[in-house]
Every structure is written in structure tokens, then in C-alpha cells.
Design a protein around this ligand. Structure first.
Ligand SMILES: [Fe+2]
Length: 243
């Protein structure tokens, strides 16, 4: 039987635990709001980049689910997908929006965008792991990517997922200089670059997710599922933190 003083201690502990849970909820909400504010900056910078990032996030989420990733890691990868090109804010318009090929100096400026994104995110405590994923999303499995020439498993898993997702989206989207490839043509191109550029197990999970009708709503922690044009179900991301 509890004495009055021990019952009081239990009540205090319960109140304290409740307080910590409320603080944690508020902290997570603030982090998500900050992420959404940063995402809106990407949208403002370039309409293509904004919609590209949302599609990359849906592909990355489906791939992460297929790989059986935990919710926390999946959330970080989705947020990193939305922000992966945020560093393009630091690339001048006349280069970013150029429709013809880039000169050598211009390519170097474009290739700085992962580091610029990392610099923007690294000082926010909750966004450090997200910033690392952003930093390495242009690395390649054979070490020929940038900025650090990381190889294989040295590349964060989230970056390897985004590498596949953003390449697929780039291939299947109409660009000023070429028409969109079909899904099968894009798959063929990704498979051609498997091992040299992409992680085979990630590519396998991505293609599996793209080919399989599934309901991701039960696992979606950032939003709800919707029917993708090609028949796969993918995550529809919220446009505001309240959604
Ligand atoms: Fe990029």
C-alpha cells in the first residue's frame, strides 16, 4: 500500500513524464515546421526543383519502406529528399536555368550545391543527419561522384536511396533539352549504371516498389498515400506542417 508521500512522488513522476512528452511533441513539431519552411524555399527557387524534390521524396519513402527501415530513419530520408537540392539556392539563375550545356566553370558551381545544402543544415541540431544525407547525394558507388568521392557503404544509405530516386525522376521528366523517357527506358538506364553509380540492393528495392501495388498509408508518418500515375501507391507529402 502506498503511503501519502510515496503516492505524491508517483504523481510528480507522472506529471514530469507527461511534461517531457509534451516538450518532445512540441520540439518535433517545431523541427517539422522548420523543415517545411526550408522546403518552401526550394519551391520558390525553381518550380521544377520543388516538384522534383517532392517526387524524389515519394520514391525514397517507398524504397525505404521496401528496405524495412525504421520510422526515424525513414523520416530523415524523406526530409533529406525534400531538401536535397536546397543548396541550389546558392547557384546563380543564369547557370541553374540554362537550357544548353554547362561550361566547365559552370559545372563546378552546380556541383557545389550538396556542400551548400550541408552548410545550411549542419548547424541545426536535428538536421545534422539530414544534412549529411544531402551532402553525399551525388556520390557514386565506384567513388567517382562528388563532393568526397566516397565509395560503396561509405555513402550514407539515405544518399544512396536519393541517388536512385532523383536519377529516375530526372529521366522520366520532360526537360527543355529532351523528352521524358518511359518507365522501362529509365529502368534500363538505371540498371546500366548499377554497381558503378547505384547501390544494387537499393535499386532492387526501388524497382520492386515501383512495380508493386501497395498501400503505404499504414506506414506513412509524413502524410498519406495516393495513386501514382503508373499504378504504384506513393506517399503524398503535406504542403504544410498542419496537414
Ligand atoms: Fe542534386
Amino acid at each position: 500500500m502506498l503511503t501519502a508521500s510515496s503516492a505524491g512522488r508517483v504523481d510528480n513522476l507522472h506529471a514530469l513524464r507527461l511534461r517531457f512528452m509534451q516538450m518532445e511533441d512540441r520540439y518535433r513539431k517545431q523541427a517539422l515546421e522548420m523543415g517545411c519552411a526550408l522546403v518552401s524555399l526550394v519551391d520558390v527557387r525553381d518550380a521544377y526543383t520543388g516538384s522534383h524534390s517532392s517526387r524524389v521524396a515519394t520514391y525514397a519513402h517507398a524504397t525505404g519502406l521496401r528496405l524495412g527501415l525504421a520510422h526515424t530513419e525513414l523520416d530523415q530520408i524523406v526530409m533529406a529528399s525534400l531538401l536535397h537540392d536546397i543548396g541550389q539556392i546558392g547557384v546563380p539563375d543564369h547557370i541553374l536555368l540554362k537550357q544548353a550545356g554547362l561550361g566547365p566553370g559552370e559545372s563546378i558551381q552546380v556541383q557545389k550545391h550538396p556542400e551548400l545544402g550541408w552548410m545550411a543544415l549542419k548547424n541545426i541540431e536535428d538536421f545534422k543527419p539530414i544534412g549529411l544525407i544531402v551532402l553525399h547525394h551525388h556520390e557514386r558507388m565506384d567513388g567517382s561522384g562528388y563532393p568526397n568521392g566516397l565509395k560503396g557503404d561509405e555513402i550514407p544509405l539515405g544518399s544512396r536511396i536519393i541517388a536512385v530516386a532523383h536519377s529516375y525522376d530526372a529521366l522520366t521528366t520532360n526537360r527543355p533539352y529532351r523528352a521524358a523517357r518511359t518507365k522501362q527506358q529509365a529502368f534500363d538506364e538505371l540498371l546500366r549504371c548499377c554497381k558503378s553509380q547505384f547501390d544494387p540492393s537499393v535499386l532492387d528495392a526501388f524497382m520492386d516498389a515501383m512495380n508493386t501495388k501497395r498501400n503505404s498509408s499504414s506506414n506513412a508518418s509524413f502524410g498519406r498515400s495516393y495513386d501514382h500515375a503508373d499504378g504504384s501507391d506513393f506517399l503524398l507529402l503535406p504542403t504544410s506542417p498542419a496537414e
